[in-house]
Design a protein around this ligand. Structure first.
Ligand SMILES: NC(=O)C1=CN([C@@H]2O[C@H](COP(=O)(O)OP(=O)(O)OC[C@H]3O[C@@H](n4cnc5c(N)ncnc54)[C@H](O)[C@@H]3O)[C@@H](O)[C@H]2O)C=CC1
Ligand SMILES: O=C(O)[C@@H]1CCC=N1
Length: 266
């Protein structure tokens, strides 16, 4: 696959790492205005670094946009004359709706929106996808790419904002939980490095159990909570302090914020 990433920042770099590691590319063009920050990709076979978006678009079939929302419209207008029937446009841009993209490049383009997260760098992103009518003909290509870099799921565009909070921002939420459990482990006597190992592998184990079994979290909790034991004592104390409520309220607040920000201000 000949892929270009337009805007190789935090997310673009994560996607690039995933694509390179999984050998998913024939050629990969990475664009950024200042190339200093992406020199780590210099020297990989068939990976080209450039600040010339037009060049990257001309040389590629699949164009993944990962710029800040405020920059996207200008970039789309600039590359519009270069688009041909080979191009599939995949936008990761938060809050930039398909009708707005169609108004710029036309509804006859293959347009897909993807909401991955930074775990794409290690092939573990859950990526939500939606497309315009034309793009539905190419959604399989997007699924093929993102399934190599984790798991993908097709959703209606109206759920993309919620997917952003749950999956993209979700990485930050889970990191904070891992950090908090690490701090607790240190207080309980582990060295910092060991404490983090214990916290992150336990987190991975919990998620893997649910993925492998399809069980509900409470089924797995029931297996751990010995009557009158330490687990239920700790769990109930966390709930008295508002653990579940705090997470739910935080995510709803995050969602409300996304819905109030105009694309130009994001
Ligand atoms: N960071 C994340 O975890 C996620 C981000 N997103 C979306 O992805 C987009 C990018 O987010 P980040 O990577 O966090 O932002 P970022 O600011 O780290 O990266 C954007 C990159 O685009 C480059 N850029 C700006 N103008 C350009 C141009 N004209 N040509 C080429 N490159 C240009 C910038 O130099 C920068 O490196 C945003 O729209 C965000 O909503 C979506 C899901 C997750
Ligand atoms: O925090 C943000 O607004 C963006 C959207 C998802 C990840 N970063």
């Amino acid at each position: 696959m000949k892929i270009a990433i337009i805007g190789t920042g935090n997310l673009g770099k994560s996607i690039a790492k995933g694509l390179i590691t999984s050998n998913a590319i024939t050629t990969l063009y990475l664009t950024k205005r200042n190339l200093d920050a992406i020199q780590e990709f210099d020297g990989y076979q068939n990976v080209y670094l450039t600040s010339n978006n037009a060049e990257a678009v001309k040389q590629s079939d699949i164009i993944i946009f990962a710029v800040q929302p405020a920059h996207f419209e200008t970039i789309l207008r600039d590359i519009k004359p270069l688009l041909t029937e080979k191009h599939v446009l995949i936008s990761t841009i938060t809050g930039f709706l398909i009708p707005k993209m169609e108004a710029i490049v036309g509804s006859d383009q293959f347009i897909i929106r993807a909401m991955p997260n930074t775990a794409i760098a290690v092939g573990k992103s859950i990526t939500c996808l939606c497309s315009n009518e034309k793009g539905a003909e190419r959604i399989k290509i997007a699924e093929a790419i993102f399934n190599r870099l984790g798991t993908s799921i097709a959703i209606p565009e109206k759920q993309m904002q919620a997917a952003t909070v749950v999956c993209a921002s979700g990485i930050a939420f889970w990191m904070r939980l891992i950090r908090a459990t690490t701090q607790a482990a240190i207080q309980l006597g582990f060295e910092a490095e060991t404490a983090q190992d214990l916290a992150m592998h336990t987190c991975e184990g919990a998620a893997s159990l649910l993925i492998a079994t399809g069980n509900h979290p409470e089924q797995e909790i029931d297996k751990v909570t010995t009557p009158k034991g330490c687990t239920i004592e700790g769990l109930n104390e966390m709930e008295h302090k508002g653990l579940s409520s705090s997470l739910i309220q935080g995510m709803v607040t995050s969602f409300n914020k996304i819905n109030t920000i105009k694309t130009e201000q994001l």
